[in-house]
Design a protein around this ligand. Structure first.
Ligand code: AMP
Length: 189
């Protein structure tokens, strides 16, 4: 259970639970959103190409995102395992990831989907906005990100369900409650 994807709507607690899983399994946490934010802060070329999309709550084009993930997965620390947080977000990215792994003689072990109520995630994101000041955490952009998620990322679930990789976890409740549920899933695997 060392090559995993964590997927779920913005505000479902992906980042927090990803950190928990990575500690439990001793694997690197690869968050595409985080990589983009670091690049924007450092004003790199990659950051510049991602910025406009992110601030509007749109997905960054695959021509930028896929090569970035490829480079990250080829880092030696990801050889034995990884947790991808926020990637893939579309069926086309999932297909690229499959090819990427197949080329290296590897495959995914698990796709964990965190589910959460719409209003709960909006509330969490607005709270986070007060603390982190992310440019994409305004109410308007948050609602747009949720729509984009529903339109482009929800179809990913049937893709992974058909592949027999999808397991759902209820993301409502406290951080510890959700972590306990995840722990039980990982132990059962
Ligand atoms: P996150 O931190 O996962 O919420 O991502 C923040 C933002 O980064 C998203 O709203 C997108 O604009 C962009 N982003 C992150 N991951 C991807 C991805 N796999 N494909 C396209 N855009 C992404």
């Amino acid at each position: 259970m060392k090559r995993m994807i964590l997927v779920g709507p913005p505000g479902a607690g992906k980042g927090t639970q990803a950190a928990f899983i990575c500690r439990e399994l001793n694997i690197p946490h690869i968050s595409t959103g985080q990589i983009f934010r670091e690049n924007m802060e450092q004003e790199t070329e990659l950051g510049e190409s991602a910025k406009a999309y992110i601030s509007r709550g749109e997905y960054v084009p695959d021509s930028v995102t896929n090569p970035m993930v490829k480079v990250r997965l080829d880092n030696p620390d990801a050889r034995e395992g990884f947790l991808l947080d926020g990637y893939p977000r579309t069926v086309s990215q999932a297909k690229v990831l499959d090819e990427m792994l197949a080329d290296r003689g590897r495959k995914l072990d698990l796709v964990l989907q965190i589910t959460a109520d719409n209003e709960a995630v909006v509330e969490r994101l607005l709270k986070r906005a007060e603390i982190e000041h992310r440019p994409d955490d305004t109410e308007e952009v948050i609602r747009h990100r949720l729509d984009v998620y529903q339109e482009l990322t929800e179809p990913l679930m049937s893709f992974y369900e058909e592949a027999g990789l999808l397991v759902k976890v209820d993301g409502n409740g406290s951080i510890d409650e959700v972590s306990d549920r995840i722990k039980a899933i990982l132990e059962a695997k």
